[in-house]
Write a protein that binds this ligand. Structure first.
Ligand SMILES: Cc1ncc(COP(=O)(O)O)c(C=O)c1O
Length: 403
């Protein structure tokens, strides 16, 4: 916040990020001069087509995939929905022995953009298993694999959790699920929601062992409303949006060329800067986590201390709801979040924290701080100064006995 000026201290990068100047600059010509429809044949369209092709090459280079396996979508939610419903639709009728449409495995801590489409499948007669997590938010790959049945067609596990930052061992999940599928004669595709992992972890699809991967541009300093679905060659997928057959028949509709160009550039830049950012974010995170533990002794750190991206840290404060803390922080110019942005309008305790074994009372008092490119040590120090004051005003700190 930089308490002496009126700049907002933005600590909600897991919700969204501003478009970087260099990304915006690259996008701008595609709104006006290079406005052609990439499917048309004249030279003007060629410019737009070149923009699309280059963005696809940029994404493929980061994923270690072929360009033909990169499908541009309208964002992370659409990518997840396409992966889940598209595979379900393609598989329907392929296992006539199964009375239900088939079986999906996912984790209990997925983003709602995975959980809700899986629930929609359940309403249509499919079956689903939601594998639980330990107290730090980690899925056990063996438990995941133990859920595989002969009619299982999809396993979906997120790479980085958006509320607590916990990293899942996706390659181990993939390996174990494939072994289990071989044993029971199932044909299981592996999907990962890597929306929160981009710019933070390697997205190499072969190392991760995935057939489908979702990404979103607005978490990595690209524009909102554009994402990627990696679809491994040979994967059968019924498109969610049918029409003119763009994106290799996987996602029809005239391409949002400017946004796609922004996605490609944002991913390339975030990947290039990834190695040099690691040490800095680890230091900032340590400063934050240790500082809060020191200054608010009854606070609780939620998540895993090492299997976590340092950019995301989640805390609970017993006896207090997240909302007044966030309002207090906002009053001081600090933007943070309670759980995930999309559920912060309701007072529902976070499904992620509940799955981690937290009581509903404690789960409504969680605060997520998520850092980004422009975050400095001063931003963290401001939080450390302001937070104890806010908790004190709310009458919960120091809370002897912690009730
Ligand atoms: C893990 C995860 N998956 C999916 C999404 C949805 O992405 P989008 O906002 O691009 O639809 C988000 C963002 O809120 C997320 O954090």
């Amino acid at each position: 916040m930089h308490m002496n000026d009126d700049r907002i201290n933005y600590l909600d990068h897991a919700a969204t990020t501003p478009v970087r100047e260099d990304v915006l600059e690259k996008m701008l010509p595609y709104f006006s001069q290079k406005f052609g429809n990439p499917s048309s044949l004249y030279a003007l369209a060629g410019e737009a087509r070149y923009g699309l092709d280059e963005a696809r090459e940029q994404v493929a280079a980061v994923l270690g995939s072929r360009t033909g396996e990169v499908v541009f979508t309208g964002g992370g939610s659409e990518s997840n929905n396409t992966a889940i419903k598209g595979v379900a639709a393609a598989r329907q009728g392929l296992s006539p022995g199964s009375r239900s449409g088939g079986h999906v495995i996912t984790s209990a801590i997925e983003h709602h953009a995975v959980i809700h489409p899986v629930e929609q499948l359940e309403k249509m007669g499919y079956e689903a298993t939601y594998v639980g997590v330990d107290g730090a938010g980690r899925v056990d790959p063996d438990e995941f694999a133990a859920a595989v049945r002969p009619d299982t067609f999809l396993a979906s596990v997120m790479l980085v959790n958006n509320e607590v930052g916990t990293i899942q061992n996706v390659s181990a999940v993939s390996q174990r699920v494939r072994d289990a599928a071989d044993r029971v004669g199932a044909n299981v595709l592996i999907h990962t929601d890597a929306v929160q992992a981009a710019g933070k972890l390697s997205l190499n699809v072969d190392d991760l062992g995935v057939d489908l991967m979702s990404l979103s541009a607005h978490k990595i300093y690209g524009p909102k409303g554009v994402g990627v679905l990696f679809v491994r060659r040979g994967t059968e997928l019924e498109p969610l949006i049918a029409g003119g057959g763009q994106e290799g028949q996987m996602r029809s509709g005239t391409e949002n060329v400017a946004a796609i160009v922004g996605m490609g550039e944002a991913l390339t830049l975030s990947e290039a800067e990834r190695p040099s950012n690691r040490a800095r974010f680890h230091e900032l995170s340590e400063r934050l986590v240790e500082g809060i533990a020191e200054r608010v002794p009854n606070s609780r750190f939620n998540g895993h201390h090492t299997d976590r991206v340092p950019e995301i840290a989640n805390f609970s404060f017993p006896g207090v709801e997240g909302e007044p803390v966030l309002l207090g922080l906002d009053f001081k110019g600090i933007a943070a979040s309670s759980g995930s942005a999309c559920s912060s309008a309701s007072l529902e305790p976070s499904h992620v924290l509940l799955a981690m074994g937290m009581s509903p009372e404690l789960a409504v008092g969680s605060v997520r701080i998520s850092m980004g490119r422009e975050t400095t040590g001063t931003d963290i120090d401001d939080v450390l100064q302001v937070l104890p004051e806010i908790l004190e005003q709310l009458g919960t700190f120091p809370a002897a006995g912690g009730n």
